[in-house]
Design a protein around this ligand. Structure first.
Ligand code: GLN
Length: 618
């Protein structure tokens, strides 16, 4: 067996805790190694390992966590998942029940009348389950089972041939069970063949660490947290964990779930695998068993861990409430589109009807309800709702339903909802498209990010006021010359020259020498910061009547950002050399006036940046 390398976190409190558990329970010498399968009697009663793997793939282990032993009954849970994938829930339910039996694992008990085994965790149910695994023949079935287990543990596995042979030669009770199943047509074909696959699946070699990784895979909705490989389709994870909860520990299942509260499965090889859904998986290995066939140390260790950390599944915390990262309105925070003074005034009052929620983490019923509750309480004040999903990394079905309903409610009230950063959230996109009128769904998913969505909302509010001049042909219409006396304006006009740029053309690039100040006459420019080779961040978008590149006036030698024409652009360019290095007192006065206006503009920008920071840090 080749197992992956671990980077055990030796100084973690979790590691120290496992080490101390190992020390504490090593001297516990109760129980007996299984001997009804002769080969199992050879197991070392002192072998003992504990492993814990989180859904983030962190591995902690103490003791003999690499020693191979046979998986035995723990295989039943994993094969049940495979059979569900192969046949579907209904076909499996027709042949195997899900009721705890309260009987020993090897009891010869079937449901009256139907002959269905009570559940897939007792031998009768497990042999029936194995019979339902797809495969061209026994060999193929064993191969499919080995591959499946391999996905759970993250590496290739093999069958312990001597344990297999030992059980094949002595497993008369299981043989009786298989024939009984054949009698009731629960097994079809030769019962011997299903039995042979079953004996082999039980004899697969695993380690304690493997069990913990497999358990963590179940805790992680079927995805191996270390390899990222899907071992079991998400739809069936809950089914497997259910039968583990009610039947996984045989006639001890009730006390187990009551005391330990973790879905688990044990095997007579001495292994126990336990799952805390959404958090972690545990594997314990220690061959001496109690009278019911469960590992004595295994049970003690699980009890202890569950009690010390309060891991009982029915004692779970409320789900993370901090799903709302920030919440503000369109008067508090503006898009990166630079607006004229008049437009800013309008947004200062009317912008409050744009409401932005930045969400983060996992959207589930619990966390999304918090958002929906908050929004619906003040719904009457909102005309535009932006839900920024950039930091949301999962949206489950329940959250999807709530979001769709929210969109419906808003659309019905003539309001607009934008969900930004949905491009990688395929399931949400699908349900929005399925359930909402086309235009509503389209608008909801149109904007890649919050800033662009916010700009669109602002445009809607500003549209009826249309205060932006489409062109600012005269220099006097530019913000940066506000308050200039005619003589100074005339001087300035004599210095500037017209420039034209085609849509898409670069006007300045970061690093270029800063030679001119630009006054936009017509068109839209976008100022952005290159972040990666491909991406860039939008710093601002400007239009007619605005100036850019003004920092050249105060002697910045180089451009710090890219500016490009978003539409065809016409502007005046003012060469700064004419102003910066002059003895002419009139020109110096013009320069000072420009710098004063520049400072005023910067003060405004600083004020709104402060306000934005305040809104974001609430
Ligand atoms: N292979 C063993 C049997 O069928 C598995 C039993 C177990 O682990 N409880 O007897």
């Amino acid at each position: 067996m080749t197992a992956p390398v671990d980077h055990t976190l030796t100084h973690s409190p979790v590691q120290e805790y496992l080490d101390s558990l190992y020390e504490r329970f090593l001297p516990l010498r109760e129980g007996n190694v299984a001997d009804y399968i002769p080969e199992l009697a050879l197991a070392d009663p002192d072998a003992f390992g504990i492993a814990l793997v989180t859904v983030d793939g962190h591995v902690y282990q103490a003791g003999d966590t690499r020693q191979p032993f046979t998986i035995q009954s723990i295989s039943k849970a994993l094969v049940y998942g495979l059979a569900l994938e192969d046949n579907g829930v209904e076909a499996i339910a027709a042949k195997i029940g899900v009721e705890p039996s309260g009987d020993a694992f090897n009891s010869i008990s079937l449901e009256d009348g139907s002959g269905r085994p009570l559940n897939p965790m007792i031998n009768a149910g497990a042999i029936a389950t194995t019979g339902l695994v797809h495969g061209t023949d026994g060999l193929d079935k064993v191969k499919r089972i080995l591959d499946c287990f391999g996905r759970y543990v993250g590496h290739e596995l093999d069958v312990n041939e001597s344990v297999y042979a030992s059980e094949r030669d002595t497993g008369h009770r299981n043989r009786a069970i298989a024939h009984m199943l054949r009698n009731f047509d629960i097994l079809s074909g030769d019962p011997q063949s299903a039995l042979d696959v079953y004996f082999k699946q039980c004899a697969i070699n695993v380690s304690c660490r493997d069990l913990a990784v497999a358990a963590a895979t179940l805790a992680n909705r079927g995805v191996n947290p270390i390899t990222g490989v899907v071992a079991l389709k998400r739809d069936f994870v809950g089914k497997v964990l259910s039968v583990m909860s009610t039947c996984g520990m045989y006639d001890y299942a009730g006390s187990w779930i009551y005391e330990v509260g973790l879905p688990a499965k044990s095997g007579v090889g001495g292994g126990i695998m336990a799952v805390l859904p959404g958090q972690l998986g545990l594997g314990v290995f220690s061959p001496p068993l109690d009278a019911r066939g469960n590992s004595v140390r295994g049970i003690r260790v699980c009890k202890e861990i569950s009690r010390d950390f309060d891991l009982h599944i029915f004692n779970t915390m409320r789900s993370a409430p901090a799903v709302i990262r920030a919440q503000y309105d369109g008067a508090q925070v503006r898009s990166k589109r630079i607006r004229s003074r008049d437009e800013n005034e309008i947004l200062n009052t009317k912008g409050t009807c744009i409401r932005i929620y930045e969400l983060r983490g996992e959207l589930s019923f619990g966390t999304t309800e918090i958002v929906a509750h908050d929004i619906t309480q003040t719904m009457s004040d909102i005309a535009y709702l932006i839900l920024d999903l950039r930091r949301v990394f999962s949206i489950d079905a329940a959250a999807g339903i709530l979001l769709v309903r929210l969109c419906e409610k808003f659309a019905a009230g003539g309001k607009r909802v934008l969900l930004t950063h949905t491009d990688n959230k395929f399931e949400l996109q699908r349900s929005l498209r399925r359930s909402l009128p086309r235009e509503v769904a389209e608008l909801a998913t149109r904007f890649a990010d919050r800033d662009l969505g916010l700009e669109w909302c602002e445009d809607q509010i500003l549209a009826p006021h249309s205060t932006t001049p489409a062109t600012a042909a005269k220099l006097s219409q530019n913000d940066i010359v506000i308050g200039f006396p005619p003589a100074d304006l005339a001087r300035l006009e004599s210095l500037v020259g017209k420039r034209h740029y085609k849509a898409g053309e670069k006007i300045v690039s970061a690093g270029d020498p800063a030679n001119d100040v630009f006054f936009i006459i017509r068109g839209v420019v976008s100022i952005s910061l290159p972040v990666h080779r491909k991406d860039s961040t939008r710093l601002a978008t400007m239009s007619a009547g605005m100036a850019f590149g003004e920092s050249a006036l105060i002697g910045d030698p180089r451009r710090t950002a890219d500016v490009s024409a978003k539409t065809d652009v016409e502007c005046y360019a003012l060469p700064v050399d004419a102003l910066n290095h002059t003895a002419d007192p009139d020109l110096t006065r013009v320069r000072i006036r420009l710098i004063e206006n520049l400072a005023r503009g910067l003060t405004d920008k600083l004020r709104s940046a402060n306000q934005e920071i305040r809104s974001l840090s609430q």
